[in-house]
Design a protein around this ligand. Sequence first.
Ligand code: FRU
Length: 513
Amino acid sequence: GMYREAARPQIHFSPSSGFMNDPNGMFIANGTHHLYYQYNPNSTVAGNQHWGHATSPDGYEWTNQEIALAPEREGQGIFSGSAVIDVNNTSGFFDGTVAAETRIVAIYTLNTPTEQTQDIAYSRDGGYTFTKYEGNPVISINSTQFRDPKVFWDAQAQLWVMAVAHTQSWEIGFYTSPDLKTWEERSRFSSGLRGYQYECPDLIEVPVQGGPHDGQRAKVLVVSINPGAPLGGSVTQYFIGDLNSGSDGFEDFTFRTNDTAVRFTSFGKDEYAAQSFYNSGDEGAIYQAWLGNWQYAQAVPTANATSGWRSEQSLPRRLRLEWVQQNPQTWAYVLAQEPLSFGSLAGTDLAPSNVSGNTTVALNGTGAFDVRALFSLPANATVEPRANLRIRTQGEGFLDIGADWAGDGATVFVDRRKAGTEWADTNHFFTDRMSASLMPVPRVANDSSSDSLIEVRVVIDRIVSEAYYNNGTSVAAVLTFWDNDEVPSFVDVTTSSSQLKLESLSVVPIASG
Ligand code: FRU
């Protein structure tokens, strides 16, 4: 692993020191994942924002790179934004000596005390060093609340499209450009939970699985808000659009949606500002989110005022829409998220091969673990049982992640109230327990007389736990600050009634990235 501190996640990216927030500028080229991030290299709280940079062959093994973008002046910041691969040299920044896949243009917000403008910088070496465009800014509307440009290429229109937040009027603006330098606003969109302000939009094309649009593609608009989340602080919501027209529903650059439900990317409290990789590949978009909540991210105990680091990024997750039952009467499309394959980092399953009742597995080693437990309840059950994964240290600390069957449905939950109390008890915003509703899936589709199933999957990586239920159709990412530098050492898998069966269990160690 890169880092040796006991709290350091091994497959989640964290900066060597300083303060990190949003993922920025992510793209994949020549098999390398490039992650940039909001970074204050000089302090363990936000301010003096730069773009830090790291690269990875797989999204798990990260190598730190030189800072990619720094402000020119005291009091200015390079705020969030995105990057594209300008293979056709629409910008004119490149010539024949620069290979197509190394023509990188970053589009970001320059934050100054008097204005937020959209600026660009180009890299002729594949994203390692950047030159700021001498014609900056490329968009200026004389606003201090206008930021976080995310750009993609619309192959049909042969135009670049930018989603950008008009933050305090709660609108996502869509701009187009032929060359990344001249931009025209085409439409605005607003919906859902508004909170204090909108931030970090992303318009992501994803494949659709199941339901009336099976096999098509749809656009999902991700919008972060802060503050104003139901649990306090920051949260990321998403809107599903353009379902019946596949990928060409955006030709007039207006985002439309028929489904106005407010849905979140995570019901855990520590996830924000998700952004997709440019050039994620044909299997569907991949994104990462910042694992932080602005209510307390600048106070967490991985740092003090002078040393340490603060914040991690989520695992890279493959996205799709899945047709999911919401309650006995209603189905809807939801965003399903699953971590990329761990490939050769995955080790040998530590779980016993025959599981039926309650099982404890020792987590041998200090790396990361991918735990998957499938539970089934017969349709004629007479109980409303609990399925639980208790992630325990050698000491007193434990984190519960599970599901409570109730009536026709279930509640999935994350309970961190005993997962380290020294720091948590000093911070009133560090919410103990989080939950969401989830319908168990019948073993035989549409057959209510068959068993109902819930899979609970948790990727444990020291202070980070990401829970994925039923193929990632419900997700919760949470941080836990274990006391006394303890690390997760056991997982106890339990059912509260013998009617609820543990059908299968795997506990796969993931080698340090
Ligand atoms: C979201 C955010 C963005 C901004 C950046 C500054 O977390 O507030 O809107 O660009 O962080 O670091």
